[in-house]
Design a protein around this ligand. Structure first.
Ligand code: UT7
Length: 331
């Protein structure tokens, strides 16, 4: 096989030390461990507590972890993409700072934002650069400091999200491993259901927006759930269909970690057994752009060269999609 494909050749991850448990949340809002566990599957999440540290801190740590594990020389990186919904600042890409801090001085860099699908879309973008033959090493980092946009008096959102980062390296592969197919979608209807209303060009920051808590995440959970369940399952099933993949052909489902019930529904629709479904929502909650690379880092040792992985994500916007990737190495 000589067609140029884009393969993941290394993985890194980082979560901050502080663990926010369901028990601690019980002291902050009117909730309980039983409700959170049964409705979401989440037990705890990691939070970046130190003042003055943003998403770049998480991203740099994940990239450094990848470089330590793989021996990657940062000067060989061509491009750094930071997929994130919580950039360090509204203007001045987080990726440029991250690239400089990790020593990727021959790289260019930028951010990519598509809410919880940021990393999935980033996989598509990174792969396209590699498949075109234009670049040889693309570092894709999914990082989010969700705690910076969460209202910890709102029980409908504060129990869900956590902070974290994961990084993967994409490189050319001529043996058929790497990204095989993708099916990506959006629907603008979603922006009413999951959003941060203020701080953008429609409603710039003002005393009033701060007073009315318009800089925090608002989510109509029920509606988002409804769209997420059907759309994530649809695209995952569809990508199996059009690649003639039976349930036996799929070694791993790599699903965005928003809600255990959405993950289960997607796996059911695909006919994939629970042992083949990557899950870490109980430890990290929903880390938005970091869920997929954090899964790869947690399951890396179990992955074998040639394994068929189906990625699926759904997020604000709405944004969603599925990617079929052949794993390229044994660790
Ligand atoms: O990653 C980006 C995409 N996001 C998602 O995919 C998230 C999708 N949505 C969800 O995961 C779920 O909708 C939630 C986990 C956010 C909420 O679960 P739900 O089963 O849809 O609950 P609900 O919103 O229908 O609320 C059920 C009840 C309500 O009480 P009443 O009206 O029945 O009396 C809520 O007020 O649960 C109440 N409730 C809570 N109770 C205890 C809501 N939040 C809490 C809470 N603790 N934290």
């Amino acid at each position: 096989m000589s067609e140029l494909k884009a393969a993941i050749t290394a993985v890194g991850a980082y979560v901050p030390d502080y663990v926010l448990t369901n028990k601690e949340l019980e002291t902050m809002v009117d909730t309980n461990d039983e409700w959170i566990t049964s409705r979401t599957g989440i037990k705890e999440r990691h939070i970046l507590k130190e003042e003055g540290k943003g998403t770049s801190y998480l991203a740099i740590k994940a990239a450094q972890n990848l470089m330590e594990k793989s021996g990657l020389n940062p000067e060989d990186i061509d491009l750094v993409i930071v997929a994130s919904a919580t950039p360090d600042m509204p203007v001045a890409a987080t990726a440029t700072y991250v690239a400089s801090e990790i020593g990727a001085k021959n790289a260019f860099s930028y951010d990519l934002q598509a809410a919880c699908s940021s990393f999935l879309y980033g996989m598509s973008v990174a792969s396209a650069y590699i498949e075109s033959g234009r670049y040889k090493k693309v570092l894709l980092i999914g990082a989010d400091k969700m705690s910076s946009i969460i209202d910890y008096t709102d029980r409908t959102t504060c129990i869900i999200f956590g902070d974290g980062a994961g990084a993967v390296l994409f490189e050319p592969n001529q043996e058929g491993y790497g990204l095989q197919d993708e099916f990506l979608r959006t629907d603008g209807i979603g922006r009413e259901f999951l959003k941060i209303e203020a701080g953008g060009s429609i409603l710039p920051a003002s005393e009033e927006t701060v007073r009315n808590k318009k800089h925090f995440v608002y989510q109509d959970g029920k509606n988002v759930f409804k769209y997420a369940v059907s759309n994530m399952a649809d695209v995952a099933a569809r990508i199996m269909d059009r690649n003639d993949l039976s349930r036996e052909d799929v070694q791993w489902l790599v699903p965005h970690q928003a809600n255990k019930r959405i993950i289960d529904a997607t796996a059911n629709r695909m006919g994939v057994e629970s042992e083949k479904v990557m899950v870490n929502i109980h430890k990290y909650g929903n880390t938005t752009s970091a869920t997929l690379p954090l899964l790869l880092a947690d399951y890396e040792k179990q992955l074998k060269k040639g394994d068929n992985l189906i990625f699926a994500a759904f997020g604000g916007g709405f944004t969603w999609g599925s990617i079929y990737l052949k794993w390229a190495y044994n660790s």
